[in-house]
Design a protein around this ligand. Structure first.
Ligand SMILES: Nc1nc2c(c(=O)[nH]1)N[C@H]1C(S)=C(S)[C@@H](COP(=O)(O)O)O[C@H]1N2
Ligand SMILES: [Mo]
Length: 407
């Protein structure tokens, strides 16, 4: 006779708590069976997200905001996009979590507990803009494979942690160091533990910046699980893929880091402009570094209806990778003429900036408000699509909202 399988009480309780209801006949579950509610759980409950967020993919989870949900100056957890390449780690024990620094260009291999990191090094808090390199991909033609992000794969939360530089100095960096690469605890979609879903990094100059943090808090609390609990690299202004979640190891490399999604076509764009759809050799693809200038109108939401004579106050955020935004303008005539917006300074380097403007519309009818930012090196956002690239990165076209003025 086959031995009947009994699910442990603790496992049942854990499942019930995730589902949010008692698993009444849970003791009858066949071995290995995953209840449907767990296979396809409600992502809004699972990640404490606002239910107006858009789910683009559930295997792995990829969820974005809508422009008007990003109106807060500091992005709250419930409106923060989630971008995963693999499976979120299931069992995390912050009490035993460690970060190891190693690599060819490390003077020594050294391991820190979370508590050592928090207490040994000075803590810093910065608001940092994280934008997925593929934000805006949905507009490219010919289309690019991958998550069809519209405008909502960007956030600017408050991150607290220690400077990566302080840790690297404590370990000792050899003079031949050129890059750091992160390693994390998430699982490859194939569930092969030997494969990493993503292991990216940054040149030493970026790793050593004041604002490059090994963070343990987001918006004043433990980092939410989906955003990298308990430890995350945060490198604002660069494609957010550099900001490794759930990190447990950083290697100081004597060459460009060659981890998963550092090589091939991933997170690279043609070094020189190409025609849409053109085939490009691997050696003509360059790694994305600082993100381009961009902006988002977060109020009102597209489709606003106003009465004739009513003024419209628009507002939003703008950012420019490593640079500051120097000028913010809007147009209500499809880009024929532009007027200045009021533009705030960032609260710190690599944080987005806020803008607003009061608009008068000449008569009733349909309008579009277009917003255009210009960075400190005089590069402006393109009105429509920027250069096509095979993976659909870096779409920094002007954001546009529709407005109707009624009699
Ligand atoms: N370990 C790990 N880190 C990761 C990823 C991942 O899949 N695994 N995704 C990266 C990508 S592509 C992006 S855009 C950001 C998304 O961060 P968020 O989910 O906190 O918004 O995390 C980056 N860090
Ligand atoms: Mo990303």
């Amino acid at each position: 006779m086959k031995r009947r399988f009994f699910i442990e009480k603790t496992a049942l309780a854990a499942m019930s708590s995730v589902i949010g209801a008692e698993l009444v006949f849970g003791s009858n579950l066949p071995k290995g069976y995953i209840p449907l509610a767990l296979e396809n759980p409600d992502p809004f409950k699972l990640f404490s997200l606002d239910s107006r967020m858009s789910v683009l993919n559930n295997k792995p989870w990829n969820i974005e905001a809508k422009a008007h949900l990003l109106d807060d100056k500091v992005t709250p957890n419930k409106f923060m996009f989630i971008r995963n390449n693999g499976i979120i780690p299931q069992k995390i024990d912050a009490a035993t979590w460690t970060l190891t620094i190693d690599g060819e260009s490390a003077e020594q291999k050294k391991t820190y507990t979370l508590n050592e990191l928090k207490t040994k090094f000075k803590n810093y808090t910065y608001q940092l803009t994280l934008e997925c390199g593929g934000n805006g991909r949905s507009e490219f033609d010919p289309p690019a494979k991958g998550n069809q992000w519209t405008v909502g794969a960007v956030s600017c939360a408050k991150w607290t942690g220690v400077r990566l530089r302080d840790i690297l100095e404590d370990v000792g960096v050899k003079s031949d160091a050129v890059y750091i690469g992160y390693h994390a605890a998430d699982l490859h979609l194939s569930r092969n533990p030997k494969k990493e879903p993503i292991s990216r990094g940054a040149p030493m100059a970026k790793a050593l910046q004041d604002e490059t943090l090994i963070a343990f808090q987001m918006n004043g609390e433990d980092i939410p699980l989906a955003h990298g609990y308990p430890l995350r690299l945060v490198a604002g202004g660069w494609p957010a893929s550099v900001s490794g979640k759930w990190i447990n190891r950083i290697s100081i490399r004597n060459k460009e880091h060659d981890g998963a999604k550092m090589t091939g076509m991933a997170y690279r764009v043609p070094c020189h402009p190409v025609a849409p759809g053109q085939k490009i050799a691997a050696e003509d693809m360059c790694i994305i570094e600082s993100m381009p200038v961009k902006s988002l109108i977060t109020y009102p939401r597209s489709g606003a209806v106003l009465k004739k004579g009513q003024k419209l106050v628009i507002r939003g955020h703008t950012w420019a990778g490593e640079l500051e935004v120097a000028k913010m303008e809007y147009s209500i005539n499809f880009g024929a003429t532009w007027k200045n917006c009021t533009l705030d300074k960032p609260v710190n380097r690599l944080a987005w900036q806020h803008f607003s403007a009061t608009i008068n519309f000449p008569k009733e009818g349909y309008y579009e408000v277009w917003a255009r930012a210009t960075d400190s090196q005089e590069k402006a956002q393109p009105m429509l699509l920027p250069g096509w690239n095979p993976k659909g990165y870096l779409n920094n076209a002007c954001h546009r909202i529709a407005v109707k003025i009624k009699a």
